[in-house]
Design a protein around this ligand. Structure first.
Ligand code: PLP
Length: 386
């Protein structure tokens, strides 16, 4: 018997009770003073999380809408654009630019490997006309965090407009938008922000505004200029996802109460604990050591384990929902999300459930080694003493 589903996918993430309650109310006028106050609070809070003094625009869309807004506002048909990619979301960002008629120069790495800043430097040298560089901070499909500070530095030194997909990282993994020279960063409300899907957050630098003024792609719903003009009046150009705004404001308050440093520390701890638990159960971590994500862990199954059967059993018998692989890794890996309102006990629960399921599937006995590894990791016991 399971009473409540444990959502351990890399977004949407589970909602804290406070956030759920914040949405349990009547609609308000999105052109009235209360919404203006909410928009101001979200914008100010988001700027602290992004660590930016640039504009932060709130768009009603999922994260992809935020990314599309970047392409629509920065790229003209025929423009060369460099897309650095090492997974499914990087691929999607490149495809998005191609859909707008960009001539996409792909800097591609094996899945599970990070983008190499030296290679980015070389490709930018070779393509001096590519004004815009598309980077992925946290590649959710492979559970990998790219060395964004170094990548952004390379792109900035080459005087390019640096655009970052931070959908599954910002608010869970540190980013210093201004200090690292990032012109545009995009996130989505359903990830570390602890809110439902529906709002995208997009930071836009002065350099990005200058590029925006020159770019000639068609744009309407995602026109940044409209968004900024209306934001100055405390509004959005079109009807916003008001319930998600209630939730996002509450999620932001919770992030600030915990303190961003503590939030990042917690995500790092949960990642280590998840990695330890999965390894003890015979899974092989997929992303390269040193670049493993703090928000999602990807792992290849032990021999003989059918990933589809495992996920189904976890869901039906244990109420635990984890993700599988994407794109070419569909059916070949598991991904466990640990971002947003997640704590150590949640990691214990997911690893415990996987351990039980492995026994049920006749892959390995449930002898408690997965949970022991999680506990040891959380308590900081050195491996040799376990
Ligand atoms: C890195 C990354 N980029 C983009 C997206 C797409 O976001 P959405 O599904 O909100 O459009 C996701 C969603 O998981 C993501 O993890």
């Amino acid at each position: 018997m399971t009473f409540q589903s444990q959502l351990r996918i890399p977004g949407p993430t589970p909602l804290p009770e406070r956030v759920i309650r914040s949405m349990n109310r009547q609609m308000i006028d999105h052109r009235g003073p209360e919404f203006a106050g909410i928009l101001a609070e979200i914008t100010a809070g988001a700027k602290r999380v992004f660590k930016t003094k640039n504009d932060v625009l709130l768009l009603t869309s999922s994260g992809t809408g935020g990314l599309e807004s970047a392409v629509a506002n920065l790229v003209s048909p025929g423009d060369q654009v460099v897309a650095a990619l090492c997974g499914n979301f990087g691929e999607r960002f490149a495809a998005l630019a191609a859909a707008y008629g960009a001539d996409v120069v792909r800097l591609e790495f094996e899945w599970g490997q990070p983008v190499d800043p030296d290679d980015l430097r070389v490709i930018l040298d070779r393509h001096p006309n590519a004004r815009v560089v598309l980077l992925t901070h946290n590649e959710t499909s492979t559970g990998l965090t790219n060395p964004l500070r170094e990548l952004a530095r390379v792109a900035r030194n080459a005087e390019r407009v640096v655009v970052v997909d931070g959908v599954s990282s910002i608010s869970s993994i540190d980013i210093e938008t201004d200090a690292w020279g990032i012109d545009v960063a995009v996130s989505g409300s359903q990830k570390g922000w602890m809110a439902p899907p529906g709002l995208a957050l997009v930071s836009v630098s002065e350099r990005a505004w200058a590029q925006q003024a020159k770019a000639r792609s068609p744009r309407f719903y995602f026109d940044w200029k409209e968004a900024r003009t209306w934001a100055e009046k405390g509004m959005t150009p079109f009807t916003p996802a008001i319930p998600v705004a209630f939730a996002l404001r509450e999620g932001l308050r919770m992030l600030e109460e915990e303190g961003l440093g503590n939030v990042y520390g917690r995500h790092a701890r949960l990642a280590r604990a998840t990695q330890a638990g999965l390894q003890a159960l015979g899974f092989q971590l997929y992303a390269q050591d040193g670049y493993r994500s703090h928000t999602v862990t990807s792992a290849l199954p032990p021999t003989g384990l059918d990933v589809g059967a495992l996920r189904k059993l976890l869901d039906t018998n244990y109420g635990v929902v984890i993700a599988g692989g994407q794109g070419k890794m569909t059916g070949k890996m598991i991904r466990v999300g640990h971002l947003g309102a997640v704590a150590e006990g949640d990691v214990v629960q997911v690893i415990w459930a996987i351990e039980q399921a492995l026994e049920e599937l006749d892959v390995a006995p449930a002898d408690g080694r997965g949970v022991a590894a999680v506990t040891a990791s959380v308590q900081g016991v050195p491996a040799a003493a376990r």
